[in-house]
Design a protein around this ligand. Structure first.
Ligand code: SF4
Length: 154
């Protein structure tokens, strides 16, 4: 079951979008120098369709995107939550921040507009660093990718 620690309305994580960022817990990645070790624990509230409905009631009209921050241990459930949003809130974009190098096979690209791939590597820096190893990819209508990481570089 997917759980989330908290959420925030953010502007930088997905370029040109106002995103409801859901911080998913239970992260299995164990990146050295992890900046959010609390997200490695299996804590927080359940994130299911009911929880999404509550959040959409609160913020659905103020945002343009919902971004799942993490969830590599439960990719099929993240995919299902994104599919739920696609079906019920087609006006909203969806994004997923994965810490893995490669796309999980459980992810169906048709359910996402944006995918972030790559672990946090301290010496390469965060997404805003010119030397980052992480990539933010826009999913195009033909389900190919456009690398838009440069939009986050400071
Ligand atoms: S993916 Fe993020 S939360 Fe998970 S271990 Fe790496 S830095 Fe920490």
């Amino acid at each position: 079951m997917v759980r989330f620690y908290n959420y925030d309305i953010v502007f930088a994580e997905i370029p040109d979008e106002v995103s409801l960022a859901l911080n998913i817990t239970g992260c299995p990645n164990r990146c050295p120098g992890c900046h959010s070790t609390h997200l490695q624990q299996n804590i927080g509230d359940v994130l299911d369709a009911d929880a999404l409905e509550v959040l959409m009631g609160l913020y659905g009209k103020a945002i343009t995107c919902v971004c799942f921050m993490g969830g590599d241990g439960r990719a099929s459930e993240i995919n299902a939550l994104a599919a739920y949003l696609r079906k019920n809130y087609p006006e909203l974009k969806t994004g997923w921040y994965s810490g893995r190098e490669e796309m999980d096979s459980a992810i169906e690209l048709k359910n996402f507009n944006y995918i972030k791939l790559g672990p946090y590597i301290e010496e390469r820096g965060p997404l805003s660093s010119p030397t980052t190893n992480q990539r933010v990819l826009q999913v195009l209508p033909d389900l190919t990718f456009k690398d838009i990481t440069y939009k986050l570089t400071k």
